[in-house]
Design a protein around this ligand. Sequence first.
Ligand code: NAI
Length: 322
Amino acid sequence: MKIAFFEVSKTRQDFLREFFNGEDVSFFEEKLNESNVDLVKDVDVVSVFVDSDLNKNVIEKIPNLKFIATQSTGFNHIDCEYAFSKGIKVSNVPAYGSHTVAEFAFGLILNLSRNIYSANAYLRETLDYNYFPWMEGFNLEGKTIGVIGTGKIGKNVVKIAKGFEMNVLAYDLYPDIDFAKENNFEYKDFDEVLSKSDIITLHAPYTEENHHLIKKENILKMKKGVYLINTARGELVETEALVWGLEEKIIAGAGLDVLEGVKQLKDDKNMTILNHKLMKMPNVIVSPHMAFFTREAVLSIMQTTVDNIKGFLSDNLQNLVK
Ligand code: NAI
């Protein structure tokens, strides 16, 4: 079997190589898309991360392809419907960063609530070792956090929030009532979570139904001065509406690990005007989709991907996308 890994750094390549002795394996640091698919036109298995684009045209150009192992939870970068129609199986990594991403969400929250990043940048620039009124923050203790999506990541956010003695409100299409009882918080409807939260944090997947879950009409329902955290997917938030909400001061600040159109942004260093505007706002922190990126999570991703491919090779399929 010919196996090709994309979007893997040299260190990860060394780790992966050890598991595939005897197989014909190739590694690429770049992402897989229409521009370079010829590199792998004769492989049986490809493994990619989220910046690759396995659309119909790419899949078509790999006629022997039997298995796609994405090194991620999300699989919206793969045309699964088309893959399935060709008998190609797709696997993902269902869980790897549920603590990792939840911790990062709090990194963004604390940076916004205590101005840590801005104060550090100011100090470095001015060498002025004084604090100023704009650096005054607010306590998380006693504040209300609205958790949208209480799956694996959202649940850890709830637990961390409880550690800060915050009030938790949550909204999920499928509430986990037992978890709510165990952790002493309540599920409310979407509008109530929006209107009562001091901080809203998104942990729902991107689906067609969830496109622009946060749009102008929903921002209008939010408490004035709310903070919005998005470590889920950029397309959950309508950028234009977010900029509007920030300019109108309905939203006091935002912590964004993901932006709309992130793939284009990676290739277009000038960025689109609106996202550029977000980046320039002092009350907005943007990070380059790195909430998952810890030593522990990466190791777990690699190990599960190896297990998924090994499972395919030994007819013992696991973690299949359905
Ligand atoms: P999960 O599948 O365990 O939980 C998602 C939850 O969201 C489910 O309980 C589901 O019922 C709920 N949900 C779906 N649509 C909803 C809606 N409209 N309103 C409220 N709840 C809704 O997923 P997990 O592992 O917690 O991950 C959540 C998302 O985090 C992923 O889909 C992915 O987009 C993102 N993620 C981001 C990473 C990063 O590095 N920034 C890394 C890993 C995941």
